[in-house]
Design a protein around this ligand. Structure first.
Ligand SMILES: Nc1ncnc2c1ncn2[C@@H]1O[C@H](COP(=O)(O)OP(=O)(O)OP(=O)(O)O)[C@@H](O)[C@H]1O
Ligand SMILES: [Mg+2]
Length: 536
């Protein structure tokens, strides 16, 4: 398991909090370590048959001391708990931010290769688990280790022989419980989590594609699948409970056996009864420490997947990062496009484009045709920088696209209407005007002619395919970028609306001097282009 150094380094602003929490934990452990000795002294006087007045005075003092130790150790424990709760939250937020930053820079291949629900899970749950582990290790692990050494110091000075036996007995118990957990309990938990994931993925898919599931009559089938997962989960949980029960039995039986063994060994070694009694109390402390360590191990096993997911995400290759040279605010920008020897495959050995070349002159309207599945949309996505080419390069104004500043590129240089336009859950105007503070009202009023028949007051965006397409086109025009990519912009439109869109494209092309690429199967749409290229 690897913790990400970059994230650890980012903790420097809360390092003092962590340090204070850490110290409080150790002080509290130190004080707690001496409580069994006081307790033994109290018991020793209590079980005496004839106590004198002196005994009672001593007892009173012991009780005051006992209370002092108890209260002071718990005050430190409370401060420790408070600090680590806050630290855990702060670390969680830091990891979330780092994860979001990485997600924002990811190539779309990452999104294609990972399920949406899993990506959302990384932000929502895995980062919290990752943060838990930091505090778990700093807090619980070191506290227990220091507790262990303090007890060792106390016991070793009382009888090193009994101490070694005490340690061996506790270690035997630790090993039995530990390996039992690895071979039975953990496997069972992993299997359960796997089924829970499958269950969640299926229900997410159903909700996302409700119309398809319903219209294909897949609900009965889906219900059966979910039911089947529930049955499997039921069996797995049964098994898990069974293993848990056995582990409780083993642990408790060994606890008792260890105490008896310790007493027998202590008597054989001629050690005083008081010291033997102290050892029987301290052995529980050892067992407690080892159990906490087992729990940490178990927790790490459960959270390992989260750590690996986050590490994979953060250390994912840097090539998808933008802006080696950060070109922005280019004076005299010329929207010419050069696609040079570009090859691209979504999956290995399945090239969609091979050594593809295309030169697009500035201010041209170029049409792209070709068979379904030939790679037209893919080419637009490469031009948009959504995917990285495997080979070759794409230059705009003779600059490799990833050398532009990312914000500048998407806000000023290129805009895009996808083949399946997606609108945001807000009203139509807000879908078109992305930057409310800074937009061209005149242009807005002009392009709205394209959607004047759509009910503008309608706040919910359940519109028809053609309506969505027209709104997406307006949105792209509003950005006033120098290059416009349109993927099947008229596929869902009637003749009238197609005509309107094409007129608008022609007008804006003349007025703003832009380079336009239109992918279309429609001859009527491609008619407005200066040149038509076919992709095979
Ligand atoms: N995200 C993806 N992952 C894997 N393969 C993909 C992905 N997107 C598209 N493909 C594949 O790439 C090929 C080209 O797809 P693309 O969408 O570019 O075709 P197209 O020319 O736009 O087709 P159409 O005219 O039907 O829109 C297709 O065979 C498709 O199956
Ligand atoms: Mg396409």
């Amino acid at each position: 398991m690897n913790f990400n150094i970059e994230i650890l380094y980012n903790l420097k602003d809360i390092k003092y909090n962590i340090f204070i929490g850490f110290c409080c934990g150790i002080i509290s452990s130190y004080i707690v370590s001496y409580i069994p000795i006081l307790y033994t002294d109290i018991i020793k006087i209590l079980i005496k048959n004839d106590t004198t007045k002196d005994d009672n005075n001593i007892l009173q003092n012991y009780i005051y001391m006992y209370l002092l130790y108890k209260y002071s150790s718990n005050i430190f424990a409370a401060i420790r708990g408070y600090i680590f709760t806050i630290c855990c939250f702060l670390i969680n937020i830091k990891i979330k931010k780092k994860v979001i930053e990485s997600l924002f820079n990811k190539d779309l291949n990452y999104y294609a290769n990972n399920k949406n629900s899993e990506i959302i899970d990384i932000v929502a749950n895995d980062s919290a688990k990752y943060a838990d582990l930091y505090t778990l290790i700093i807090n619980i692990f070191f506290r227990n280790i220091s507790h262990f050494f303090i007890i060792t110091y106390i016991l070793y000075n009382k009888s090193y022989k009994l101490y070694i036996l005490c340690l061996i007995f506790s270690l035997i118990q630790f090993s039995i419980a530990h390996y039992y957990n690895i071979y039975f309990y953990d496997n069972s938990v992993n299997a359960t989590n796997e089924i829970i994931n499958k269950f969640n993925n299926l229900i997410t898919d159903y909700v996302n594609k409700i119309e398809t599931y319903r219209s294909l009559g897949l609900e009965c089938n889906t219900y059966n699948k979910l039911n089947n997962y529930c049955n499997i989960l039921n069996n797995l949980k049964n098994k898990e409970g069974y293993y848990y029960g056995i582990s409780l039995f083993i642990r408790n039986c060994i606890d008792g056996s260890v105490i008896c063994l310790l007493i027998i060994c202590g008597l054989k070694l001629n050690i005083s009864n008081k010291i033997i009694y102290e050892f029987t109390i301290y052995v529980y402390e050892f067992i407690h420490i080892f159990n906490e360590l087992i729990n940490i191990k178990k927790d790490i096993t459960c959270k390992k997947k989260s750590i690996n997911k986050i590490n994979d995400l953060i250390s994912y290759d840097k090539i998808d990062l933008w802006g080696n040279f950060m070109y922005s605010n280019i004076f005299n920008f010329i929207p010419n496009i050069k696609i040079k020897n570009v090859s691209f495959a979504y999956t290995e050995n399945n090239n969609i484009l091979t050594n593809f070349n295309l030169d697009i002159l500035p201010y041209e309207i170029i049409g792209i045709g070709g068979k379904s599945g030939s790679g037209k949309s893919t080419m637009l996505k490469l031009l948009l920088g959504l995917y990285n080419c495997d080979n070759g390069s794409i230059l705009i104004d003779n600059i490799p696209i990833k050398n532009f500043d990312k914000n500048y590129f998407y806000n000023n240089i290129i805009s895009y209407v996808g083949q399946e336009p997606v609108l945001f859950d807000t009203n139509i105007d807000d879908n078109i005007i992305i930057d409310n503070d800074n937009y061209d009202i005149e242009l807005f009023n002009y392009i709205k002619s394209l959607i004047e028949d759509i009910n503008i007051t309608n706040n919910n965006i359940n519109l028809s395919g053609g309506e969505k397409q027209r709104i997406a086109i307006c949105r792209a025009f509003m950005k006033k970028t120098k290059i416009l990519l349109l993927d099947e912009p008229t596929s869902a439109l009637d003749e009238d609306n197609e005509k309107k869109v094409l007129e608008l494209i022609n007008d804006l092309h003349k007025k703003y001097k832009i380079t336009i690429i239109i992918v279309s199967h429609k001859k009527s749409t491609l008619n407005i282009c200066n040149k038509i290229v076919k992709i095979n």
